[in-house]
Design a protein around this ligand. Structure first.
Ligand code: PEP
Ligand code: MG
Length: 755
């Protein structure tokens, strides 16, 4: 059965459209289960009707026309109950209803399985037989598995608009997609998909008018690949066995042969853009080779695909260069990367939409740092069809509107205008202290990591830097930066903020921040070799960084040092000892440094329970709530499938944060929060009431948080905290804090617009 399922899935994936995919499924499933009938019903947008979308065995004329209310018939019952139903005498069931259009009267046994995608009901998959015998366990299991596969295919088709098209209703071009708000704000612009890195099979079709230009581009790519191959062959000469070395000649011959080039040209002349013409050609040719009996010739199929990938990379690079960025660019991708984001000039970047990731993925943090709205985890994002389309993104609600209707666009433009007004109003409190109406004061620090952030932070005013993430230069480089290079970077930050304190965090890579030149290959990276664990294992890397930090601080003396991912007391001790050793080494070299304040991040549950032990040994604690929530809730902060479970208002997270604050205060050590919750205006009063010495956040959030703190008194915040700590669900906490914001007219800080 598994083999059959696998084959069906493969064929379905190769189908040219959704209709064909459904037809394949009903035919193959009927065949595999020995059923006389197999049908797929789709739940309509009204959620009250099911429509027959494909059938093997029923009247084909009924497809697209038969509509059943969900409250009637056995198919309706499957959808209603969201449970499989397996009957040998379907016609005797009280919910049986005969639909004459389908001609299903002779079928007695019935097995219906709901098609569900991430809790959302999409339809029903049914098999029927004339004989009065129940489908056996293996058949039920097969159908359930098939329905789960079909759910993914259907959900994809829905976002591509293929479903509306199929059931004969007018095609609605406007599309609304839902993900997770990654960075608040409203972005209005045009989709821009970076195709580089795409695989040949993922290349979408695009129509082109300028055939000659497209052929010219393909010729350039061909020439570039020829040069690459010749160079590679030259470099490898003598290093490879002869057979492998000959491969380069084979590739070059393939490129020089007419058949490949001619086919690509022919497809371009049909109006396809060059990458798609290449995809079609390579697929056609490779299939021919791969079907051959001779093993040697079969191998040529994979050579051809490899060659295709090389050509594609070159072609996309050429295309990319030739494509102007829209004035208001909304960057769209399966997994948008940090380097893609920073490549777009800030004045042109209006937003980010990513199929993967969640609110606390590092790419979302980067977007917040840059003040760019972002929507993450849009699972059914039809990435390639969004290039060049009008998009609106609502980073508060995690919504993406594609080709929005004029009315909706007007509405969002109004909200964006209001936001701009609010931002202007907020600028007026830039020089004011973060002081509550009843005189409580808290330090508002910024999180930095990119040069652009430093400028923004200085413009709005802050108490210093509560978290400087040092990993970005490591991530976008192709080797470990040296001591000099690092010292220069750290000096820039320390100098920019002096005499205000700057907290430099030591390297925090691993997890979702791999280094391309230092592969870690953990099966479970978030529980693996990351943060301090990695740097303690590599004192040469750690000491270089510590020395660079210390040297950068000479004469400024505003350096604070902080360690990420501390899980054991000994780790903090070892790290602190290495700081001391770096100072001694520098002193021996004649560089005298002041002892910096040294602190640990509390971002794993173990550190929560040992907060006192850590506080006793160090100068301060800083709560990394992004990771702390991830580890407390056992929810991968990047996994869009469980993103709805990731919630920093979960009572367990609030409790842990409050406990750490209490323990640190007991020892008289300052404690702050530097995870994203510190920058949430509605949460800030709770953190203030817990007794935090500071909150550190991206500069885009600072004035919003300050506004709230200057509005809500400490007394009221304390009451609110007590109420929140008594809540048992995140929803209850959220209702309380949002109500407090609305009571004070601060709704504009938690949703789009002014109110
Ligand atoms: C955190 O985990 O809360 C934190 C601030 O660190 P990062 O987001 O860089 O992992
Ligand atoms: Mg962290």
């Amino acid at each position: 059965m598994l083999e059959t399922l696998h084959r069906i899935v493969q064929t379905v994936n190769a189908a040219s459209d959704f209709r064909e995919a459904l037809e394949i499924i009903v035919d193959r499933v009927a065949d595999a289960t020995g059923a006389d009938v197999c049908s797929v019903y789709l739940l309509e947008a009204d959620a009250h009707h099911l429509r027959l979308m494909a059938t093997h065995g029923l009247n084909p004329a009924a497809v697209g026309h038969v509509r059943l209310p969900i409250t009637e018939g056995l198919v309706g019952l499957v959808a209603e109950r969201e449970e499989s139903i397996n009957l040998e005498n379907a016609d005797r069931h009280p919910r049986f209803r005969y639909f004459p259009e389908t001609g299903e009267e002779h079928f007695h046994s019935f097995l219906g399985v709901p098609i569900i995608h991430y809790q959302s009901r999409l339809g029903v998959l049914v098999v029927q037989r004339q004989a009065r015998d129940r489908f056996n366990d293996a058949e039920v299991a097969f159908l359930v598995t098939m329905a789960a596969q079909l759910a993914g295919v259907m959900a994809h088709a829905r976002v591509r608009g293929e479903l509306a098209h199929m059931d004969g209703e007018p095609r609605d071009e406007a599309l609304a997609l839902t993900g997770i708000g990654g960075s608040s704000g409203v972005g209005i612009g045009q989709g821009y998909v970076i195709a580089a890195g795409a695989s040949l099979d993922a290349i979408p079709d695009r129509r082109v008018d300028d055939i000659d230009a497209e052929i010219g581009e393909f010729s350039d790519a061909l020439e570039a690949v020829r040069t690459d191959l010749r160079e590679l062959a030259g470099r490898m000469e003598g290093q490879l066995p002869e057979a492998e070395q000959r491969l380069f000649d084979v590739y070059l011959q393939m490129l020089d042969g007419d058949s490949l080039v001619e086919r690509v040209h022919a497809h371009i002349r049909e109006g396809h853009w060059a990458p798609f013409a290449l995809r079609m050609t390579i697929t056609e040719h490779a299939r021919r080779f791969e079907a051959m009996e001779d093993a040697y010739l079969r191998e040529r199929g994979s050579d051809l695909r490899d060659l295709g990938r090389r050509l594609l990379t070159r072609l996309l690079a050429l295309e990319e260069r030739g494509r102007p960025l829209p004035a208001q660019t909304i960057l769209v991708g399966e997994e948008v990367s940090a380097s893609q984001l920073v490549e777009i000039p800030p004045e042109q970047l209006a937003g980010v939409v990513s199929a993967g990731g969640s609110a606390n993925s590092h790419i979302a943090i980067l977007a917040r740092a840059l003040g760019v709205p972002a929507v993450m985890g849009v699972r059914e994002l039809p990435v390639h069809s969004l290039h060049g389309r009008a998009l609106i993104i609502d980073g508060y609600r995690g919504r993406v509107e594609v080709d929005p209707a004029p009315g909706l666009r007007d509405e969002y433009e109004r909200l964006a205008r209001e936001e701009a007004e609010l931002t202007a109003e907020l600028a007026e409190i830039a020089g004011e202290p973060a002081e509550t109406p009843d005189g409580a004061v808290i330090n508002l620090y910024v999180n930095t990591g990119l040069a652009a952030e430093i400028e923004r932070a200085l413009e709005i005013g802050c108490a210093g830097v509560g978290l400087h993430r040092t990993e970005f230069p490591f991530m976008i480089s192709d080797r470990f930066p040296g001591e000099e290079e690092q010292a220069r970077l750290y000096r820039e930050v320390l100098e920019a903020f002096a005499p205000l304190p700057v907290t430099l965090r030591t390297l925090d890579v691993g997890g979702d921040k791999p280094l391309p030149y230092f592969p870690t290959r953990d099966e479970n990276p978030f529980l693996g070799w990351r943060g301090l664990r990695m740097t303690l294992d590599h004192p040469e890397i750690f000491l270089t960084q510590l020395r660079a930090m210390l040297r950068a601080s000479v004469g400024l003396d505003n350096l604070r040092l902080m360690f990420p991912m501390v899980t054991r007391v000994e780790e903090a001790e070892q790290a602190a000892a290495l700081v001391q050793r770096a100072r001694e080494e520098l002193a021996e070299e004649g560089v005298e440094t002041r002892a910096p304040l040294v602190g640990a991040m509390v971002e794993v549950p173990a550190a929560v329970y040992q907060a006192e032990s850590l506080a006793r040994r160090l100068d301060f604690l800083s709560i990394g709530s992004n990771d702390l929530a991830q580890y407390l809730l056992a929810v991968d902060r990047n996994n869009s499938r469980v993103a709805s479970l990731y919630d920093e208002l979960h009572p367990a997270v609030l409790r842990a944060v409050a406990d750490v604050a209490e323990m640190a205060q007991r020892l008289g050590k300052p404690v702050s929060v530097c995870g994203s919750m510190a920058g949430e205006p509605a949460i800030a009063p709770l953190l203030l009431a817990m007794g935090m010495e500071g909150l550190s956040m991206s500069s885009g959030r600072l004035l919003r948080v300050k506004w709230v703190l200057r509005t809500i008194s400490m007394a009221e915040s304390r009451d609110l905290l007590a109420e929140c700590l008594a809540c048992e669900t995140p929803g209850a906490v959220r209702r309380l804090i949002n109500a407090a914001m609305d009571r004070h007219g601060l709704g504009g800080l938690i949703r789009a617009g002014r109110y």
